[in-house]
Structures are given as C-alpha cells and as structure tokens.
Design a protein around this ligand. Structure first.
Ligand code: ADE
Length: 273
C-alpha cells in the first residue's frame, strides 16, 4: 500500500523510528514525538481502522508542499496494520496551547501580527499551487504549530486538505473557524480559508476563544449562518479591523485573496516594528 500512495515521499523503515510520548492528535490519528536519524520528528499514526482516504489525502497533498510556514513531511512508514507519517517536529506546541494553555506567556501586538502573517503566507502558498489551489479547510490555532521559541509558525494537519470542493465530514470542533458555505454544504473555494484566517487573527489579537461560551456545534454554525461574528475589539487599529471584517464576510467572493492579505499585513506590520 505504502508504495502506491507515497509518491515522492520516501519509505522509512519502522525499526529506525523511536516513538516517545504522545503530543497530540490531528483530524485523524495520534501524533507522537519521536527520534529518527538522530533528530526529533513528529510521527502521526493512523491505526488499521483509519480511513484510507484520509491517509492518502494527507500524504498526497503534503508531499507536494514545501514552505517555511508549513510542517514538512519527511517520510512514510508502515508497521503491522498501521501507517505512520514522519514529519518535522515543532517543539513549541500549538498556537492554541500558547494562547490558552495553563502557562500564559505575554506577547506583543507585533508578535500576534507576525503569527497571523506567517499563517497567511503558508496559506497563500497553498492557494498558489498548480494546477489547482490547495484548500486547507481546517485552519485554527490547534493546527498552527510554533517553533523557535514561539517566533515561527507552521501549519499542520493536512487530513482535510482538498483540491476541490467536497463535503467536509471530519470537522467536529472546528465550527467557530468555519466559513458558512462550508457547513451549509454549498460549493466552496479557497475563500473558506480566508474566513478561518480572520477568526485566527481575531483570536491572536483578543487572546479569547471564538464562541467559547457556546458549547453546541450547531448553535455556533447557526450564529455564523445568521451573520454573527466574534465581537470587534477595543483599541484595534482600524486597518487591522477593516482587513479582519473583509475576510469574514458572508459572501466568499467579497473576501480578499490571501495574496492581498499578505500584502496588507506586511504594510501594517512595518508600522509596528
Ligand atoms: N502535534 C501535531 N503535529 C505536531 C508536530 N509536527 N510537531 C509537534 N507537535 C505536533
């Protein structure tokens, strides 16, 4: 099986991987910290029951991408009934944990803007892939990992990436970041990532979890469907607020492209550094 889906991804001998502790789980599968060839790596395990399609999606898409703001895929391994993806390790954990974890390190507005920009750069790269843009579809701080003492941000979890509009079936827990057209089952494009990015921007600026007070996925979807968005922030510079609200517009065509977001973010950041 491995050989047929690996494509450009090297096959790795499972005996060469030393699994250490569990560090998380993606849309499918458990993630371990591990050592491989004297380096720390992240290993994502898909058990025998994992949907074959999810594994294939993640490997096929991730093997094509190479960008500083996207977690790299090093290799693919299989052992007994399981498949393992060997990936770049991000020692800083998730942005979600940084923002909302037990220990709360301070960070500046410039730092928050840098995370949002790095996320936008990774996504802009995905959207520029040929022949078709890749859509991440599940951008949220749990899927944004930090390295280099929290300075660098890398997008992970490509189990939901698609190069076409298809129904999202494994989106539990992501409603607060999801564009309305995605959960409405309408045709959608890469513009759904722009919407999610705007919610991530709101989250790093506010250090709050969007719609946290609502514990029901469907109630969150209903609010977003009705046009409700996270509350505007006090003291938020107007240019940032304008960009954020343009990106979470209900009509996908009215949201700017990620290339435009990167350009504007660069202009704004210049004034904060
Ligand atoms: N959790 C999920 N993916 C990870 C990675 N690549 N590095 C560290 N922790 C992770």
């Amino acid at each position: 099986m491995a050989a047929t889906i690996a494509g450009a991804t090297p096959a790795v001998d499972f005996q060469d991987i030393r699994l250490e502790e569990k560090v998380g789980h993606g849309s499918y599968g458990v993630v371990y910290k591990a050592t491989w060839r004297n380096q720390l790596v992240a290993v994502k395990e898909f058990g025998a029951s994992a949907e074959q399609k999810a594994i294939e999606t993640e490997v096929k898409q991730l093997s094509r991408v190479k960008h500083v703001n996207i977690i790299a895929l090093y290799g693919l391994s299989s052992y007994q009934q399981s498949t393992y993806l060997i990936m770049e390790y991000a020692e800083g954990g998730s942005l979600h944990n940084f923002l909302h974890g037990k220990v709360q390190p301070a960070y500046s507005l410039a730092h928050a803007m840098s995370w949002a920009l790095q996320c936008a750069e990774g996504v802009a790269y995905l959207h520029a892939m040929s022949p078709k843009p890749l859509i991440h579809r599940d951008l949220k701080p749990l899927n944004l990992l930090l390295t280099n003492k929290g300075r660098h941000l890398k997008i992970c979890d490509f189990g939901t990436v698609a190069d076409k509009s298809s129904l999202m079936t494994n989106n539990r827990g992501s409603a607060a970041w999801m564009a309305p057209e995605v959960f409405e089952g309408s045709k959608y494009t890469e513009k759904c990532d722009i919407f999610s990015w705007a919610i991530v921007l709101w989250e790093v600026l506010s250090r709050k979890q969007p719609f946290k007070e609502i514990d029901n996925t469907y109630s969150i979807m209903w609010k977003i469907h009705k046009g409700e968005r996270p509350p505007l922030l006090h003291n938020c510079p107007k240019r940032i607020e304008d960009l954020m609200t343009a990106c979470w517009k209900t009509t996908p065509e009215e949201r700017p492209s990620m290339t435009y977001v990167v350009k504007v973010m660069n202009e704004i950041i210049k004034d904060y550094s």
